[in-house]
Design a protein around this ligand. Structure first.
Ligand code: B12
Ligand code: SF4
Length: 501
C-alpha cells in the first residue's frame, strides 16, 4: 500500500449526543429500565448513524459513540467527527463538537436541527450538512481528506429510498438497545402546524422496496449476526401513508415472527383488512398522535386527519385486534384553558389508554408554529436543551407558563399513579389483551422469577406507593396473561411522573 493511499484513509467518529442531562428523566429515556436491570441500556439508536456508516467507503475506519450508553472517547484519534443533532440535544451536540474541534478534529453536524438552523450550528463545527446525507456524504469525505471542507453541504434532491443501501447496524453496540429501528417510508402529505416532517422530508411519500425492508429484517434477525432479534420499531411517520405498500409490507413481515410497533394515523381504525394484517405480522403497538381532545385545537393545528373521527371508537376498534394504542397528546395549544388538564385526564380514563405520552407544546425550529410564535413575540427563550416537550418555552394563550407546567405535572401524576396503573392493568388482564403475544412469544418462567426477585429488592424503600404496588402485583406475576415488560414500562412512567418533572 502506498503512502498517498493511506493519507486518504480516515478514522471517523459518528456520534449520538446524550438526550437530556445525565440524571434527567423523560418518557423516552429508559433510565428506570437501566437501573432496574442493572445494565446501561437504551431504547434505540438514531438510524442516521448506521445510515452514515453504510454510506462511508469501507477503507475508512468508523467508530460509533452513543452517549446514551457510553462515553465519547475524544482521544481515539478521530480525523473526522460526524454528529447527528435533534433540537432537544443540540446544546449537548455543540459541546461535543467544540471539544473535538479543540483537539483539531474536523467536525460535521447534520440532522434536522442543523438543517433548520445552519448558521447557529456553524459556530460549533467545520461543516453543516443541510438535509439528507445520501446526496452529499461522499463529497464531505472527499473534501475532508483533502483538507478542503466547505461550510455547508446542501442535499440537492430528496433521496430515492429505493436506491439506498441497508443501514450498517454492525457498527452499533447492538446488545445495549432494546429495539431496532427500521424505516420503510419518508415524507408526509399533511402539514400540521407544530411538525417539521413535511418541511424536512417532503410531502411526497417515498418508500423502499419490500425486498429492501425484508433484507434489513433478515440482517437484524439472522442468527449468525453478532446480535439476536429483539423488537423492531418502524420509524415511519405513518406506516399506512401508502396503503398498498403497507399491505404488501405486512404480508411480507409475517414470516419473520417479529414483535414490532410503529406510528400511524388514526384513520387506520377504519381499515379492518390492514389491522388484521398488522396483527398477523406481529404488530403489538401503534403510536397515534391524537394531539388534543379539543376540536378547536385540532383545527388550529391543521390536523385534518383527526377531526372527523371519534377517538374512543377508534381506540376500541384498533385494540380489538390486540394492538395496543399509545396515544400521544400535546398540552398548551392556543385553545387550552385550565380545564384542558381534567378533560385529558377524563379522556384517558374513559378510553383506558394504558401508556399515553403527554407532551408540552414545543415550537421546534422550522415549523409553522415556531414562525407564528416568533412573530407574535411568544417564544420565551431558545435554550434548545429545554425544548424537551416537558418544559414551557413559549407564552401560552389562555394561561400562564406556570399553570401549563403545573397542569402537565398533574396530568402525568394522575395518569401514572400506581392506582390508575393497577386499575388499567386489571382491565387489560381481565380481557386477556396479550393472548396472542403470550401464545407466539411466551414469557419464560425464569424471566418472571428474575423480575419478581428484582421487584422484591425494591420493596423496602421509602417509596411507599411503589412498595404497595409491588405487593399487589407480585402474586400476579406468574399468571400467563401478564407480560412483565408492560409492568416495567409503566413503573418507568410512574418514576418519571413523580420524580422526573
Ligand atoms: C422514530 C422517531 C422517534 C422515536 C425515536 C426512536 C429513535 N431512537 O430515533 C420515538 C417515537 C421514541 C420519538 C420520540 C420523540 N420524538 Co421523534 N421522531 C422519529 C421520526 C419519526 C423518525 C426519525 C428517524 O429515525 N428518521 C430516519 C433517519 C435515517 O433520518 P434522520 O434522522 O433525519 O437522518 C437523515 C438526515 O437528517 C441526515 N442526518 C442526520 N444526522 C446526521 C448527521 C450527519 C453528520 C450528517 C452528515 C447527516 C445527518 O442524514 C440522514 C439520512 O438521510 C422523526 C421524524 C422524521 N421523519 O425524521 C421524529 C422526530 C425526530 N421526533 C421529534 C420529536 C419532537 C420527538 C418527541 C419530542 C415526541 C414528539 N412530541 O414528537 C420525542 C422525543 C424523544 C427524544 N427525547 O429523543 C421531532 C424532532 C424535531 C426536532 N427539531 O428535533 C421529529 C423530527 C418529528 C417532528 N414532530 O417534527 N421519535
Ligand atoms: S404530525 Fe404526523 S400527520 Fe402531521 S405533518 Fe407531522 S408527520 Fe404528518
Amino acid at each position: 500500500m502506498t503512502l498517498p493511499y493511506l493519507l486518504y484513509i480516515m478514522k471517523i467518529a459518528l456520534i449520538i449526543p446524550r438526550n437530556g442531562s445525565e440524571n434527567e428523566k423523560s418518557f423516552y429515556d429508559y433510565k428506570f429500565f437501566s437501573k432496574f436491570l442493572i445494565s446501561r441500556k437504551y431504547f434505540s439508536y438514531l438510524l442516521a448513524i448506521p445510515t452514515l456508516a453504510a454510506l462511508t467507503p469501507p477503507e475508512h475506519e468508523v467508530r460509533v459513540f452513543d452517549e446514551n450508553i457510553e462515553e465519547v472517547d475524544y482521544d481515539w484519534g478521530a480525523d473526522l467527527a460526524g454528529i447527528s443533532v435533534r433540537t432537544m440535544f443540540a446544546i449537548r451536540a455543540y459541546d461535543i463538537a467544540d471539544k473535538f474541534r479543540a483537539k483539531g478534529v474536523k467536525t460535521v453536524l447534520g440532522g434536522i436541527h442543523p438543517s433548520m438552523c445552519p448558521e447557529e450550528a456553524l459556530r460549533h463545527c467545520d461543516s453543516v450538512v443541510i438535509g439528507e446525507a445520501e446526496d452529499v456524504w461522499q463529497s464531505v469525505l472527499t473534501d475532508a481528506t483533502h483538507n478542503a471542507l466547505k461550510k455547508t453541504y446542501t442535499a440537492g434532491k430528496k433521496t430515492d429510498l429505493k436506491t439506498c443501501q441497508n443501514p450498517k447496524r454492525t457498527v452499533l453496540s447492538k446488545s445495549k438497545y432494546f429495539s431496532d429501528i427500521v424505516q420503510t417510508t419518508k415524507g408526509c402529505p399533511f402539514h400540521c402546524e407544530f411538525c417539521s416532517v413535511y418541511a424536512y422530508d417532503g410531502k411526497t411519500i417515498r418508500s423502499k422496496t419490500i425486498e429492501q425492508v425484508t433484507s434489513e429484517i433478515r440482517e437484524i434477525t439472522s442468527s449468525d449476526a453478532k446480535y439476536k432479534k429483539k423488537s423492531v420499531f418502524f420509524a415511519d411517520d405513518n406506516i399506512i401513508s401508502d396503503r398498498r405498500f403497507a399491505r404488501e409490507l405486512f404480508l411480507a413481515l409475517k414470516q419473520y415472527r417479529l414483535n414490532w410497533s410503529c406510528q400511524a394515523s388514526i384513520n387506520i381504525a377504519g381499515d379492518d383488512d390492514l389491522l388484521r394484517l398488522m396483527k398477523d405480522s406481529g404488530c403489538g403497538a401503534v403510536l397515534i398522535g391524537f394531539e388534543s381532545v379539543s376540536q378547536k385545537n385540532l383545527s388550529l393545528m391543521d390536523k385534518k386527519v383527526n377531526q372527523k373521527l371519534d377517538y374512543i371508537d377508534a381506540i376500541k376498534k384498533i385494540q380489538s385486534y390486540g394492538i395496543l394504542v399509545h396515544g400521544s397528546f400535546i398540552l398548551g395549544y392556543d385553545f387550552d384553558t385550565e380545564t384542558a388538564f381534567d378533560e385529558l385526564i377524563n379522556f384517558i380514563d374513559e378510553s383506558k389508554l394504558l401508556m399515553p405520552l403527554i407532551n408540552i407544546l414545543t415550537p421546534f425550529p422550522g415549523t409553522k408554529l415556531f414562525s407564528r410564535f416568533d412573530e407574535e413575540g411568544r417564544i420565551i427563550h431558545k435554550d434548545w436543551s429545554k425544548y424537551d416537550a416537558k418544559t414551557v418555552v413559549f407564552k401560552p394563550a389562555l394561561m400562564t407558563a406556570e399553570e401549563l407546567r403545573e397542569g402537565y405535572k398533574r396530568v402525568i401524576e394522575q395518569v401514572y399513579s400506581f392506582d390508575s396503573i393497577l386499575k388499567k392493568l386489571n382491565y387489560y388482564w381481565g380481557i386477556d389483551f396479550w393472548k396472542h403475544s403470550n401464545e407466539v412469544d411466551p414469557i419464560k418462567f425464569k424471566y418472571r422469577l428474575l423480575f419478581a426477585a428484582r421487584l422484591l429488592t425494591l420493596l423496602f424503600s421509602t417509596k411507599i406507593e411503589r412498595s404497595k404496588f409491588i405487593l399487589k402485583i407480585l402474586p400476579k406475576l406468574f399468571n400467563k396473561r401478564v407480560r412483565v415488560s408492560t409492568i416495567l414500562t409503566l413503573m418507568a412512567y410512574n418514576d418519571y411522573a413523580y420524580t422526573g418533572v
